[in-house]
Design a binder for this molecule. Structure first.
Ligand code: ZN
Ligand code: ZN
Length: 408
């Protein structure tokens, strides 16, 4: 299969499986200018599928970096209010949203953390209404990736420069199943398989999960009525969509106050424009009470300074170490891919749909039932081939779920 066919398959997957656009609907695409080739294909596929309007918001990583280097301080305390309001209005009016990520995982390396903190906070606040609609699955949303030269250089530093992008493309096409004859059918089969995993876990109704691996000994309580989900979801109008491509995870919500112990990261995390690596978090009664990082400790500080909920968990996800993405052995330096090669947890906001009846509850009601609220939701990878996970039932019995990084 040639490159153009695979790229076309990828665009089709983003439109038909990712946001699953319906006739008459508006699609909003947020993308870096470097990914214009894919954006244009997506726009074509969306109109062919009946889109009323495709609105493209281009950003440019060079422009972003230049701003961080040269703009005056006050540039970063100004919230992007109009953009936030516009996105929220689109979400309320049944638009769907596609993000195409392609930025350098270290784009903001060396930038004054104060500028980053300020900008992260005002942006998150300005986008809060929009984000809440998406996290509650009221509107359809999805994310895919497009390799930039800087990103490819980070993933394949030892390959000759002219080959890096193609290596990253090959890896992406394989991971997203764009290189098979019928990608839509391949995704249906894969999502059915993940659904079967969810069904089994939902039957068991575990009270707690207990993780053990080198550097990790963690107990995570699950609230009553938690639901195991896969990224294949259904929006407020009953239309299915897939929140990220690729996906290998099944996930649910931890109780906000119920995590205790220590967890060590197993892959680097790109957050706020730089990489955080080899970090350990200590939890007491659901909150991070201590943390260390060999790389990027100041960026972890940025994360925890966002708000109170940033120090508690909002998601717990199981991914076998032998997933296709993990077996490639490639470290992508982007959560969209790396989270599908490893069990992970997320700091910050929980998804209302991971609790029975959650999408019709108010913020206060969700909090009362143990759901964490925050301006952020940041997944970090902590799974490894040494990881064992037990499910603890109501009567305290431990049942093996994972052994040596894989499903029992
Ligand atoms: Zn996840
Ligand atoms: Zn997540």
């Amino acid at each position: 299969m040639d490159f153009n066919q695979k790229l076309e398959n990828y665009a089709l997957l983003a439109v038909k499986v990712g946001v699953n656009i319906q006739p008459g609907q508006t699609l909003v695409v947020n993308a870096d200018i470097a990914s214009a080739e894919l954006v244009r294909l997506v726009v074509r596929k969306a109109y062919e599928a009946g889109a009323k309007l495709v609105k493209v918001n281009y950003s440019d990583e060079v422009v972003t970096r230049t701003r961080y280097d040269l703009a005056p301080e006050e540039s970063f305390s100004e919230p992007p209010k109009r953009f936030g309001d516009e996105m929220e209005e689109y979400a309320r009016n049944n638009a769907c949203f596609l993000t195409i990520i392609s930025t350098d995982p270290d784009l903001l390396k060396g930038v004054d953390p104060k500028r980053i903190t300020m900008n992260q906070r005002v942006s998150a606040e300005a986008m809060a209404g929009y984000r809440q609609l998406l996290m509650g699955n009221h509107a359809s949303w999805s994310g895919v990736a497009y390799p930039s030269a800087s990103w490819a250089a980070k993933v394949f530093p030892d390959a000759p420069e002219e080959e890096r992008i193609n290596l990253l493309w090959d890896a992406i096409f394989r991971a997203v199943r764009a290189d098979v004859e019928d990608p839509l059918e391949a995704w249906q089969l894969h999502l059915d398989e993940l659904k079967r995993r969810c069904d089994k876990l939902n039957e068991r109704k575990y009270r707690k999960l207990h993780y053990k691996a080198p550097g990790t000994d963690l107990t995570v309580e699950l609230p009553e009525g938690h639901i195991w989900c896969q990224a294949g979801a259904v929006n407020g109008k009953g239309v299915p969509f897939l929140a990220n491509i690729p996906t290998e995870e099944v996930f649910t919500v931890p109780h906000r106050d119920g995590t205790t112990g220590k967890v060590s990261s197993s892959k680097p995390l790109s957050y706020a424009g730089s990489v955080i690596d080899r970090f350990t978090l200590t939890f007491t009664d659901g909150k991070v009470t201590d943390y260390t990082a060999e790389v990027g400790q100041d960026k972890l500080a940025v994360l925890f300074s966002m708000d109170e909920g940033a120090a508690s968990l909002g998601e717990v996800a199981l991914v076998p170490h032998r997933s296709p993405i993990s077996e490639s052995g490639i470290l992508y330096y982007t959560t969209l891919f790396d989270e599908n090669a490893s069990c992970h947890l997320a700091l910050g906001a929980s998804y209302a749909f991971t609790l029975e009846g959650g999408t019709s509850l108010t913020e206060e009601e969700l909090t009362e039932r143990g759901m964490n609220q925050s301006l952020i939701h940041v997944d970090f990878m902590m799974g490894s081939p040494e990881m064992d996970i037990d499910g603890i039932t109501d009567d305290g019995t431990a049942e093996p779920i994972f052994r040596n990084g894989g499903w029992v």
